[in-house]
Design a protein around this ligand. Structure first.
Ligand SMILES: *[C@@H]1O[C@H](CO)[C@@H](O)[C@H](O)[C@H]1NC(C)=O
Ligand SMILES: *[C@@H]1O[C@H](CO)[C@@H](O)[C@H](O)[C@H]1NC(C)=O
Length: 203
């Protein structure tokens, strides 16, 4: 009988000890690396360096180069719909890695790149579905990204697209961008667009 009792006591003491031990880890906020068995928990934003959300404004120029020997924007899906009254057929998709420069001149200072795709997503007018990551190359923002996803009705003077997130200095980013056509060459179809970015972020 004594042997059976001991056999029960030892494992349950061990269990209680482990439970206590793991809740100590939780209470002291030990990093996720040490607490492999915890799936989700609440964190204090301040412990992650997230003190005050701030609003930043960036302005740069986006160059969609479709012509010449080195285009930065290429058609990857051709539209099966021919409609001469629309410049881009429904379903057309362009993949791009466009230069972002400080002024409207493509040879001015490079501040980042815009990588993504746009697709003609409106049957009746020119309106693109755009998905793009702005990859910044300047100073403290070097390597950080902002992700923009939205509708771009390119014939309107000002188009607004939402910022859906970011990385690096733009973790937890939210906000919007305003796009204005700066130059559109009807012969080459190359376009330069001014972007004003209004973004809430922490760094
Ligand atoms: C072409 O687009 C115009 C303008 O939206 C529209 O009125 C017309 O029906 C379209 N034609 C075809 C063949 O889709
Ligand atoms: C940005 O980061 C890359 C890679 O770390 C580095 O090669 C480059 O010199 C940096 N550019 C600036 C302007 O700091």
């Amino acid at each position: 009988m004594a042997q059976v009792a001991v056999g029960h006591v030892v494992p349950s003491a061990f269990l209680v000890f482990s439970l206590l031990f793991s809740s100590c880890f939780l209470a002291s906020g030990v990093g996720a690396d040490e607490v492999h068995e915890v799936f989700g928990r609440t964190l204090d934003p301040k412990l992650m360096g997230l003190k005050k959300e701030k609003l930043s404004h960036f302005r740069f120029y986006w160059h969609d180069i479709v012509s010449g020997k080195n285009p930065s924007s290429i058609e990857v899906i051709h539209s099966p719909i021919v409609n001469s009254s629309l410049l881009l057929g429904f379903g057309l998709v362009h993949m791009f890695d466009n230069r972002l420069t400080i002024s409207g001149d493509i040879n001015s200072k490079l501040v980042g790149r815009a990588q993504g795709f746009y697709a003609q997503a409106d049957l009746d007018e020119l309106a693109l579905l755009m998905t793009q990551n702005f990859v910044f190359l300047e100073g403290k923002y070097n390597g950080s990204t902002i992700t923009v996803l939205g509708r771009n009705s390119i014939l309107n003077t000002v188009r607004e697209l939402p910022i859906v997130g970011g990385s690096g200095a733009f973790r937890f980013a939210r906000g919007y961008v305003q796009a204005r056509t700066y130059n559109f060459d009807l012969n080459t179809l190359d376009a330069t667009v001014e972007y004003n970015v209004y973004v809430l972020h922490y760094e």
